[in-house]
Design a protein around this ligand. Structure first.
Ligand code: SF4
Length: 291
């Protein structure tokens, strides 16, 4: 694949224009990701984009790179495998709140713990949208849908608290309506050495119109504007406890440097597995152990 020069956001466009609904927050995340990759000068053939299932998963059709559209909730194990096989690639997993906090919840927790050096962007629209509007794990209490006509009874999962308590080394929240700010968060996430978790507040005007762009803007504030430093897990925890129905902090809540999953494997910590020379390796003895 030839590297376009210079690498512009349009360099990541596929031949298919997005089919998301007009006003969908996915457009903002799509633009922010392309802007981030362009700013980092990462050509499409150096990035692997692994998708779950949902409206966000349709992103797989609208972006250029090594793209894999996985099963529901299974983006993270595929992304981890891609990184372990070729650590020279920038690996970005993308899914929705249902994908990451219901079908794939265990994968989310285990991958955060592993600290594999990939980025995970959650399109958090607080609803199952591809299946035309059911409550998701992050739906606000009282949210009325076809499946909850009396309103959701359950307390929503708190992605920031979840990631911090699972040992997240980079925990951030963005907003699809603030593309430059979100793009900067994605840049920081990609540059972070370890697992970077970015939960994005994503309006879905079709199936969750209550949480409109205005609804978010009335509650959003930027941590950086307050001189916040993301180096204290306890302070990050306190911010994560803020109810998003009242106020929504955006920016990096917590960041620390520690060994990545790859660092624990001397076989791949310095050289990507795909670049190893296995020509002299006889695997028959290894395979014999499985007889
Ligand atoms: Fe976007 Fe919602 Fe339409 Fe899906 S249903 S494309 S999330 S606006």
């Amino acid at each position: 694949m030839q590297t376009p020069d210079p690498i512009k956001p349009e360099s990541y466009n596929s031949d298919v224009f997005p089919t998301w609904c007009p006003g969908c927050g996915n457009f903002g995340i799509w633009a922010a990701l392309k802007m981030a990759l362009s700013n980092l000068k990462i050509p499409p053939h150096k990035v692997a984009l692994i998708f779950g299932v949902g409206c966000s998963g349709n992103f797989a059709n609208f972006v250029k790179g090594y793209v894999f559209h996985s099963l529901h909730g299974r983006a993270l194990p595929v992304a981890s495998g891609a990184k372990l096989a070729n650590s020279d690639l920038h690996v970005i997993a993308i899914g929705g709140d249902g994908d990451g906090f219901a079908e794939g919840l265990s994968h989310t927790i285990q991958t955060i713990r592993s600290n594999v050096n990939i980025t995970y962007i959650v399109h958090d629209n607080h609803v199952y949208s591809l299946t035309t509007g059911q409550t998701s794990p992050t739906s606000l209490k009282g949210f009325k849908t076809k499946t909850t006509p009396e309103g959701s009874f359950e307390y929503p999962i708190n992605p920031m608290a979840l990631a911090i308590s699972a040992g997240g080394s980079f925990v951030a929240r963005g907003f699809a309506g603030e593309i430059p700010h979100l793009s900067d968060l994605i840049v920081q996430g990609i540059q972070h050495r370890g697992f970077s978790f970015i939960d994005v507040m994503q309006p879905c005007p079709t199936f969750n119109p209550q949480l409109s762009y205005d609804w978010y803007r009335q509650r959003l504030y930027k941590l950086a504007d307050q001189g916040y430093k993301p180096d204290n897990r306890h302070k990050a925890w306190d911010i994560a406890q803020e109810e998003i129905s009242e106020k929504i902090a955006t920016g990096v809540l917590y960041q620390e440097q520690r060994a990545t999953l790859e660092d624990n494997f001397p076989q791949i910590s310095k050289t990507a597995l795909v670049k190893k020379d296995f020509s002299g390796v006889d695997i028959r003895q290894f395979l014999g152990q499985f007889k």
